[in-house]
Ligand binder design. Structure first.
Ligand code: ZN
Length: 423
């Protein structure tokens, strides 16, 4: 089996880090200078390897090693190239770089697979920039809604459509549902990604085979409305204290969460932002308003719905008792996804063959693989052990673990693509 060409991966990681270091961490902003530079770097690398390089209307990047039978469904790997603000170098990029290292190994050995093998540089996976999940992979399948293209990037106050156009894409085609990918043309999608939690480090295992990807249900702009009042002059029974009401909601929902867990549901519930208005709130005022966010995640759609129902029931009870009101704003979210069992087994077998320790695990974070899986493409994910989580500058993947995972990936892609065995 031809080995991936790891020196290329090391060079690409260095180049990506150098061009997107912001002084604190890595910033590859979605449809901005950072993501553009990463796409240019990967496209140039692909050209030097002699791969076919194409883009769709949303500017997803397709780097293809043509197969002998171009009519057969293609094998696809890859991941996203954007990052959160002040993030790390590996979240997303590792999956694209791994795919390039695999193809570089085959190109150097002069091998041609049966099927086309495509490494995708997917756009806009990090919803830190636009409040829409899986922009790039949804657009590739023609699934992005016209209204999604009107979403604003908070730091620029310009729409997704404007950003896509500025980068050279065609937002009108995206809005019209132009699809570059269709499930029937794809044999499989396999995404390598760093693990974003502490499970593999804790277990002393190098790789993780993902069993399923959590979906989400979110409120990004919820608020509690009460009544501002003098903190000394307003007795307890006369208050409509927004902070007290939200505290009660958060506290009661911890019990609801525990109760759902003991009934066999798997989920997470997070109030990641809670803040009063600094212009109005004061230490000597009863708070009249609090803004907050809610992020519910689960691998089961019914569980997402159940937690959402309980959230609203609990809020309604508190509102009635405390004289406040809850306003939820728009909700957003993504569908959970199940990973393909044959591909999961293939990843286990390949890891065993290369002597890499591996275990099954769910993905609490969302990934583009969910879009592929929900379109009916057999999909799988391989996690690489990584310290300090992700979405921060301290993520720390060991190159030895990356190499082991990339070798596992190479074996699975070779088997799916019908690569002649070489040595
Ligand atoms: Zn990622």
């Amino acid at each position: 089996m031809t080995e991936p060409y790891i020196p290329l991966a090391e060079r690409l990681f260095e180049q990506l880090r150098a061009q997107s270091h912001d002084g604190v961490g890595i910033t590859r902003d979605t449809y901005g200078a950072g993501e553009q530079a990463a796409h240019a770097t990967l496209a140039e690398c692909a050209r030097l390897l002699g791969l076919e390089v194409t883009r769709d209307a949303a500017l997803n990047l397709y780097m293809t090693l043509p197969g002998q039978r171009r009519d057969l469904p293609a094998v696809v790997t890859g991941s996203h190239l954007d990052s959160v603000p002040r993030g790390g170098n590996y979240d997303g990029a590792a999956g694209v770089v791994a795919g390039m290292a695999v193809l570089a190994g085959w190109v150097r050995a002069g091998l041609t697979p049966q099927r086309d093998v495509v490494v995708m540089g997917i756009r806009a996976e990090e919803s830190a920039w636009f409040p829409v999940s899986y922009v790039g992979s949804k657009a590739a399948f023609g699934l992005l809604k016209a209204q999604d293209l009107q979403a604003l990037r908070p730091d620029t106050q310009r729409s997704l459509a404007e950003h896509i156009r500025e980068c050279g894409g065609q937002p009108e085609q995206v809005a019209a549902g132009a699809a570059r990918l269709q499930a029937k043309d794809l044999d499989c999608f396999v995404e390598l990604h760093i693990e974003q939690g502490p499970v593999l480090i804790g277990a002393g295992v190098a790789s993780g085979v993902v069993t399923g990807i959590c979906g989400s249900h979110r409120y990004r702009a919820a608020q509690v409305l009460g009544r501002y009042a003098h903190s000394g002059a307003t007795p307890r029974g006369h208050r409509a204290d927004a902070v007290v009401a939200l505290a009660a909601l958060i506290d009661r929902l911890q019990d609801v969460w525990a109760e759902l867990e003991s009934a066999g549901h798997e989920l997470t519930l997070t109030f990641g932002q809670v803040y009063t208005d600094p212009k109005q709130a004061d230490f000597s005022k009863v708070p009249g308003q609090v803004s907050f966010t809610v992020d519910i995640r689960s691998r089961d759609t019914a569980t997402l719905r159940l937690m959402d129902e309980r959230l609203h029931e609990t809020a309604d009870t508190i509102a009635a008792a405390q004289g406040v009101s809850f306003e939820w704003g728009e909700s957003s979210g993504s569908q959970p996804a199940i990973m393909d069992s044959a591909l999961r087994q293939a990843l286990h077998d390949a890891a065993a063959a290369t002597g890499t320790s591996v275990r099954d695990m769910p993905s609490g974070a969302g990934h583009d693989s969910a879009t592929f899986a929900n379109q009916g493409v057999p999909s799988a994910m391989l996690f690489v052990r990584n310290a300090n989580g992700s979405h921060n500058p301290d993520e720390a993947m060991d190159m030895a673990d990356f190499t082991a995972a990339t070798r596992t990936l190479a074996r699975v892609l070779a088997a799916r693509a019908g690569l002649p065995q070489a040595g």
